[in-house]
Every structure is written in C-alpha cells, then in structure tokens.
Design a protein around this ligand. Structure first.
Ligand code: MG
Length: 164
C-alpha cells in the first residue's frame, strides 16, 4: 500500500471591526479582523483540518469545540502543535502543505514569507514544505465584498522515519 496520505481543509471567518487579523500565526495590521471563538486564524484552521482529514480523524471542531471556554481566544498555532502531536502519535509527519488564502484586502504578498516561517516552526518542518498563496476573489462573493476571509489547504502526510 502507498505510504502517503492526503487531506484537504477549508475555513472561512467573518471580518469585523475591533478584532486583530491573524493569518498563519502572524498579526497583520488591518482595520478589520476575523471573528471567532479562538483567534479565528482561518489559514491555520484550514491546515489543521487538512492534517486531520488525511488520517480521517474528523475536524478541528471535534478536538477544540467552540462551545468549550478553554479555547476562547486560543492561539491557533498552539492548536496546530497539538494536531501535529496527534498525527505524530499515529506515526505520521507532514510531507508538504499547499494553501490559498482568499482575501480582497489587505495585500498579503508582503506577509507570506513570515506566515510560512511561523507555520513551519510550529510543525517543526522547513518553510519550503509550507506553500502559502494569496488571491483576491475579484470582488465576487463574501470574500470579494470583504465580509470574510477564506482559506483552503491540502496536506500530504508521510510516515515518520524510524529515527525521528
Ligand atoms: Mg475556523
């Protein structure tokens, strides 16, 4: 049997005033931020769902339910570290990630390298294993109207090396 697993993840959060904008663990200066029970880091959430999905382990709502006060304002990178542990316990590691953030504003290009660094550090992998792309939605739909920011991720898992 082929020793790789693949998963995909999707998330969207509403943009509102008075909240910080955090994407890939990085605070980005903007007049709007994402609304959610945790820090609402939509990119990190999509990546966690893809990692869990690769092992058919369900979704992040199962592990970090929004009804549980302990996850209020949670730093999603810390949740990502927990998901990494979960897949590691089952003998898997991240081979690579590819992701897309859909946001009309702010321009994300200047922040992509820092987002990749933060995600790679949390996952204990190299930044070249973490693809982050950004696109606008050409002013179409909720992302285009700046009502929210969405993210998509695909993750490939490989078996942990015996010496890892
Ligand atoms: Mg989410």
């Amino acid at each position: 049997m082929l020793q790789i697993r693949i998963g995909n993840g999707y998330d969207i959060h509403r943009l509102v005033p008075g909240r910080p904008l955090i994407l890939g663990g990085l605070f980005i200066e903007h007049e709007l931020g994402l609304l959610g029970h945790s820090d609402a880091d939509v990119l990190t959430h999509a990546i966690m769902d893809a990692m869990l999905g690769a092992l058919s382990l369900g979704d992040i709502g199962l592990y970090f339910p929004p009804t549980d006060p302990q996850w209020e304002g949670a730093d999603s990178l810390k949740l990502l570290v927990q998901v990494k542990g979960l897949i590691r316990d089952r003998g898997w590691q991240v081979g690579n990630i590819d992701s897309v953030v859909v946001a009309e504003r702010p321009k994300l290009k200047p922040h992509i390298a820092a987002m990749r660094d933060r995600l790679a550090t949390a996952l204990e992998i190299q930044p070249d294993q973490v693809g982050v792309k950004a696109t606008t939605n050409e002013q179409l739909g909720p992302e285009g109207r700046e009502e929210g920011i969405a993210a998509y991720a695909v993750v490939l898992l490989c078996p942990l090396d015996a010496n890892d």
